[in-house]
Design a protein around this ligand. Structure first.
Ligand code: ZN
Ligand code: ZN
Length: 362
C-alpha cells in the first residue's frame, strides 16, 4: 500500500478534529441536561407574590363598587338627556302652534290683551319650565358623576402605590434569585473551565490531544453560554471586570508563550551548526525543502538570480541554492558520501543512490 504521508497527515488531522468536536458536542448536550435539572431546584419568584393581597383586594372591591355606581349614574344621565330632548321638542311644537294661533288671531283682528292669549302663553311657559327643571337634574347628576370619578382616581393612586411597593420587593428578591442561580452555575462551570484550561496548557501535545482538546472546547462553550449570560450585572461592573480579567489572562499567556518561543529560537541559533543539524526533524526538513526555508532559522535559502553573478561553471540549478544557510550557517546541501550527488542535508536518504544520509559525510 502506498503511504502518501501528506494526505495521511491531512486526513488524520481531520479525524482528530472531528473526534474533538464530537466529544465536545456530547459533553455540551449532557451538561445542558444537568444544568436544566439544577435550575429546576431554584424557583423563580413571581411578581404578584409581593403585593399586600388584603389591601389590594379591598381596594379592588371598592373600585368595582364605584365603577358600578358611576355606570348607574351615567345611565340615569342618559335617560335625563333623552327626557330633555323630548321636553325641548314639546316646547318647540307648542311654541310653533302658539305662534300660528296668535298669527291667526291677529289676522282676524281680535284684541291683543286677551285672557285666552295669556292662558296659552302661561301654558307655553310651563313647557319651558319643565325643560329647565330637567336641565337642573342633569347638572346634579353630572356633579355626582364627577365626585365619584374623583374617588376612583384616589383609589387608583392607592392601587398604583401598592403595585410599586410590591415590585420594589420583587426586584430585590429577584436579584437574590439571579445571584443564587449564578453561584450554582459557577460551582458547576468553574471546575470545568479550570480543567479545560489546564488540559489546553498541559496536554496540547499529548498522544490523545484530540480528547483533551474536545474537553477544552466544551469548557469554553459552557463558560460563554452557561455562565456569562447569568453573570450578575451591577450596572455592567461585573461584565466589564470579567472581560478585563480575561483579556489580561489571555494576553499574559500569549505574550509569555511567544516570547518563550522567540528566546528558544535565539538560543538554538547560538548552538553550533552540527548540533542544530542533528535536531532537525524529518517533518520539518520536508516542509523546509518544499517551501525553501532553512529548517533552523526559518529564512528563505533560494538565491534570486540577481543576487549572484552568472559567470561560473556550475549548472544553472545549483546557482539558486547554497550549501550553507547564509543567515545562520546551517548546512543545507551536501554531497552524498557514496555517489557524490548533491542532496538536501536533512533528509534521510540520498536521492541518487539511496544510501542512508547518516553514513555519508561532507
Ligand atoms: Zn538558517
Ligand atoms: Zn548517493
Amino acid at each position: 500500500m502506498e503511504l502518501n504521508s501528506k494526505k495521511l497527515e491531512r486526513t488524520s488531522r481531520l479525524i482528530y478534529f472531528t473526534i474533538s468536536v464530537m466529544l465536545c458536542f456530547f459533553l455540551v448536550l449532557l451538561s445542558n441536561r444537568i444544568i436544566d435539572d439544577i435550575d429546576r431546584l431554584t424557583e423563580s419568584p413571581m411578581q404578584d407574590q409581593f403585593e399586600n393581597k388584603v389591601i389590594r383586594k379591598e381596594l379592588d372591591k371598592k373600585m368595582e363598587l364605584i365603577s358600578i355606581e358611576v355606570d348607574n349614574l351615567n345611565n340615569k344621565k342618559a335617560l335625563i338627556e333623552k327626557t330633555i330632548a323630548t321636553a325641548k321638542e314639546n316646547y318647540t311644537n307648542e311654541k310653533q302652534s302658539f305662534d300660528n294661533w296668535l298669527q291667526t288671531r291677529k289676522t282676524l283682528g281680535s284684541p291683543d290683551k286677551d285672557q285666552e292669549v295669556i292662558a296659552r302663553a302661561k301654558q307655553l311657559d310651563e313647557f319651558y319650565k319643565i325643560e329647565q327643571d330637567w336641565r337642573v337634574q342633569l347638572n346634579t347628576k353630572q356633579a355626582e358623576i364627577e365626585l365619584k370619578e374623583k374617588e376612583q382616581a384616589v383609589i387608583q393612586q392607592k392601587i398604583d402605590k401598592e403595585i410599586v411597593a410590591g415590585s420594589v420587593k420583587y426586584d430585590k428578591v429577584y436579584k437574590q434569585y439571579e445571584l443564587k442561580v449564578f453561584l450554582i452555575r459557577l460551582l458547576f462551570v468553574g471546575p470545568i473551565l479550570a480543567l479545560g484550561i489546564f488540559f489546553f496548557i498541559r496536554y496540547r501535545r499529548h498522544k490523545f490531544w484530540p480528547l483533551f482538546f474536545g474537553f477544552t472546547l466544551f469548557s469554553i462553550y459552557t463558560f460563554f453560554f452557561g455562565l456569562v449570560p447569568y453573570l450578575p450585572s451591577y450596572g455592567g461592573y461585573v461584565h466589564y471586570a470579567v472581560g478585563i480579567v480575561l483579556s489580561l489572562g489571555l494576553g499574559y499567556y500569549a505574550i509569555k508563550t511567544i516570547r518563550q518561543f522567540i528566546e528558544q529560537k535565539q538560543a538554538e541559533l547560538k548552538i553550533s551548526t552540527q548540533e542544530r543539524a542533528k535536531n532537525v526533524q524529518v517533518e520539518v526538513a520536508e516542509k523546509a525543502l518544499d517551501n525553501h526555508f532553512c529548517p533552523s532559522c526559518g529564512k528563505d535559502f533560494l538565491i534570486k538570480k540577481w543576487e549572484t553573478p552568472t559567470k561560473n561553471n556550475d549548472t544553472e540549478v545549483y546557482k539558486l541554492v547554497t550549501n550553507y544557510c547564509r543567515h545562520c550557517g546551517l548546512e543545507l546541501f551536501k554531497n552524498c558520501g557514496a555517489c557524490g550527488h548533491k542532496n538536501f542535508a536533512h533528509l534521510p536518504f540520498c536521492a541518487a543512490c539511496g544510501v542512508p544520509s547518516s553514513t555519508t559525510n561532507s
